[in-house]
Design a protein. Structure first.
Length: 271
């Protein structure tokens, strides 16, 4: 889907460029270490929107992947199930899915919710797509992960790539909406393209477009939030600031490790 350039007029290009410069600057630090490629998230706070306003949802395919790696489950007929297993993907057959079906809807929804959290997204065979709501209930839809349809001629790899590039927005009650829109292995211009497309799409869903946008923030997993809207809130970060942030993150990690070790020790003593 394409949008008019005027929709980006509210985002000052210099603010976005500086925000990206700050985000990528952490990778230049000598002691920069992170166990996986950091994802970049966008967080949008709506204004003049409340629980009584009509809900909306929508998805848009970006030009570049939003995550370095995605975990996808194939809900397949026999052919697609066997193909997925052969290629090393997690898969569930219709028989596997019926195990989630129970008279206790609360228990079923709990199990499906746990399943949804396990994966980035789902792909389903075209012949099964209408059966999934009856078997699994509304859990995948509520999680914003209703399966992408694999039609005749589609490959699993193409559908997984599509999921990696797709961003979904859903307004229920919360006025803060967020999603991953890239990762630090992308080039700044590529990430900028994803951000622009993402914002344009969300604005098109809002009843009064930009009048319903309060703030827009982009940040990496462990980086400092960069507010690109309203304009004038992004400040260049010095190397000293980056080092302080790095030291703070390490301190938090140490405290989390200590807390985890203490909990494990207490469980061992109780056992």
């Amino acid at each position: 889907k394409f949008f008019k350039k005027s929709r980006m007029s509210k985002i000052v290009s210099e603010d976005l460029d500086l925000a990206l410069k700050n985000i990528y600057a952490r990778k230049s630090l000598k002691d920069y270490k992170y166990p996986k490629t950091e994802t970049i998230d966008i967080q949008i706070k709506l204004r003049n929107y409340g629980p009584k306003d009509p809900r909306f949802s929508g998805s848009v395919k970006l030009q570049y992947e939003t995550r370095k790696t995605v975990k996808v489950c194939i809900l397949g007929n026999k052919k697609d199930y066997d193909d997925a297993k052969e290629k090393g993907y997690d898969a569930l057959s219709l028989e596997d899915m019926t195990k989630y079906k129970t008279k206790d809807k609360k228990l079923r929804n709990k199990k499906v919710k746990k399943l949804a959290r396990k994966y980035t997204g789902f792909v389903a065979s075209q012949s099964l797509i209408t059966k999934i709501p009856r078997v699994l209930g509304p859990g995948l839809s509520k999680a914003g992960k209703f399966p992408a349809v694999m039609e005749t001629g589609d490959s699993i790899e193409d559908k997984v790539t599509e999921i990696a590039k797709t961003v979904k927005f859903q307004f229920k009650k919360e006025v803060c909406i967020g999603s991953s829109i890239g990762h630090l292995d992308l080039k700044p211009d590529q990430l900028k393209t994803n951000i622009n497309t993402c914002i344009n799409f969300l604005v098109s869903l809002l009843k009064k477009n930009w009048q319903n946008v309060g703030t827009i923030i982009v940040k990496s997993n462990q980086g400092r939030p960069q507010m690109i809207y309203p304009s004038g809130n992004v400040e260049e970060q010095s190397e000293e600031d980056l080092l302080k942030r790095q030291a703070f993150i390490k301190q938090v990690e140490r405290e989390e490790r200590f807390k985890k070790e203490e909990e494990e020790r207490k469980r061992a003593e109780e056992a």
